[in-house]
Design a protein around this ligand. Structure first.
Ligand code: ADP
Length: 481
């Protein structure tokens, strides 16, 4: 396949007004944190983007108190229709400022601008629009509480670095629509769009204290988890931290939803349209550098077509453009952090040592920043660690199967259960497979499609609770999780 050279097509950074340092957003204002600060860097260049405050226990306490006061005095007394107006306003501002958010997200996270521009930010706005529509119709949503569902009160929300704004919207939009107030902590490597969102809350005249943003790493998250003033927790992140949170709140009255890791099977049958399946495999594992909890990281391909799929896939991967996240032609951006890059290197080294065959697309990588070539392991067996553990990077493990029963058994042989994909022409097989697979989301002849109206969440060690759709409102009202 010919390789095309593309002229540089950089998106301008000028739209972003980066400040050299950021405080915490508590009670509607930016305040200095009482702790130290940390640097948020661009993973593509290692350039320091800004200094960001570390919220101490005292800062978290102030944020929780502000959220409580806003809840009792303002937000819980407001009609759903009025809450909805604020959410619509936020959604419209996100659309108006979409370019600014997309550029900042790509700078801070390393993801390609075409993804932040076309996926992350439009979907984040869509989640606010969608939940705004529910705010005055909760009594018709068949929620616990029937005609009058009740919010929990103050919600603590902790999100990861792979989709910073999108995860923020998944958390904040349903919480506010149902009448809760929020203390949210973004991940320590990607705090900047959450802080820009704080500006949007000001711009929308959201009553002070309804949304509070505290920045910092694990200890700040722990302070939220442990704070007695938190009524409910919503966490997205690693299974390890999710388990710690579950332990920390057991025996307390706190409710929680946890969205954790995944090791999804993307299953390709011999009657699948192969070129489309190859596009779906690429979308499944190389979208967002593979930093996707529902990524299709295990390709299960029917034995009779395995060689053909592998060779077409490798040919396609040779055309992926890896590099500057702000270039509009870039397909695969930077790995989010040095720590994550080290994890990917360690686990792929194990893959090789355990006997799987390693291939990468051989592309040139920039000299600065954190990068990893799109990589495929073939000859992988069920016991290999790269078949069992989440790599959370642009690394695909290929396994084969002969019968649908074997595909199901292999797909379900994982501690996780977040998502799966099926590629076949046969509708009845899709339905049979979807019924057998222990996965919260099953995509048929597509992969990594997201929509605010569709619930998302896991089985087993992938967590509990659903986000998105009507189901995503449930954890935010009394009587459930
Ligand atoms: P990842 O492996 O995706 O970085 P983590 O689970 O470490 O996932 O991080 C997800 C979020 O959880 C981040 O915002 C992080 O700061 C936060 N976090 C990390 N450790 C803890 C902890 N002990 N308690 C609460 N939050 C934590």
């Amino acid at each position: 396949m010919p390789k095309f050279e593309y002229a540089p097509a950089p998106e301008s950074r000028a739209v972003v007004d980066l400040q050299s340092s950021y405080g915490l957003f508590i009670n509607g204002e930016f305040v200095d944190g009482s702790g130290a600060s940390f640097k948020s860097i661009s993973p593509a260049t290692e350039e320091v983007l800004a200094e960001v405050s570390v919220a101490s226990d005292a800062d978290v306490d102030a944020a929780v108190k502000a959220a409580r006061t806003a809840y009792t005095r303002v937000w819980s007394r407001m009609s759903g229709a009025d809450r909805g107006k604020y959410l619509y306003r936020i959604a419209r501002i996100l659309q108006e400022r979409a370019r600014e958010f997309a550029v900042l997200e790509s700078l801070d996270n390393g993801k390609p601008i075409k993804e932040s521009r076309d996926v992350d930010i439009p979907l984040a706005a869509a989640h606010f629009f969608y939940n705004a529509g529910w705010a005055d119709k909760l009594g018709y949503a068949a929620l616990p509480g029937g005609a009058n569902p009740q919010p929990h009160g103050v919600v603590g929300q902790i999100i990861p670095w792979n989709f910073p704004m999108l995860m923020l919207s998944w958390k904040i939009a349903p919480a506010l629509a149902t009448g809760n107030t929020v203390v949210l902590k973004p991940a320590e490597t990607t705090p900047l769009t959450a802080l820009l969102f704080a500006e949007v809350c000001q711009q929308a005249d959201l009553p002070p204290g309804v949304v509070n943003i505290v920045t910092g790493a694990g200890p700040t998250g722990q302070a939220i988890v442990d704070h007695p003033g938190i009524d409910k927790l919503a966490f997205t992140g690693s299974t390890g931290v999710g388990k710690m949170i579950a332990r920390a709140i057991s025996g307390t009255r706190k409710k929680a939803t946890l969205e954790l890791g995944g090791k999804a099977a993307n299953i390709v049958f011999d009657d699948a349209p192969i070129d489309q399946a190859v596009e779906g495999i690429v979308r499944g594992i190389f979208f967002n550098q593979g930093h996707v909890c529902c990524a299709g990281s295990r390709l299960l391909v029917q034995e009779t077509i395995a060689e053909e799929v592998e060779s077409r896939l490798k040919r396609r991967l040779e055309t992926l453009r890896v590099g500057d996240p702000l270039d509009k032609n870039t397909d695969v951006g930077a790995i989010n952090s040095k720590a994550q890059l080290d994890r990917i290197i360690a686990l792929t080294d194990v893959g090789e040592a355990e006997g799987a065959e390693r291939w990468d697309n051989g592309c040139e990588l920039p000299s600065k920043g954190f990068w990893f070539r799109p990589t495929v392991f073939t000859g992988v067996s069920q016991t290999h660690r790269i078949a069992q553990e989440e790599v959370f990077g642009p690394v695909l493990s290929v396994l084969t199967f002969r019968t649908p029963q074997e595909a199901v058994a292999k797909a379900n042989n994982t501690p996780y259960g977040l998502s799966a994909g099926i590629w076949t022409e046969k509708g009845s097989r899709i339905l049979w497979m979807a019924d057998q697979l222990k996965a919260g989301v099953v995509w048929a002849n597509t992969f990594n499609q997201f929509d605010p109206t569709s619930p998302f969440g896991g089985y087993k060690e992938s967590g509990y609770g659903r986000e998105g759709g009507r189901h995503g409102l449930e954890p935010y009202v009394k009587g459930t999780h």
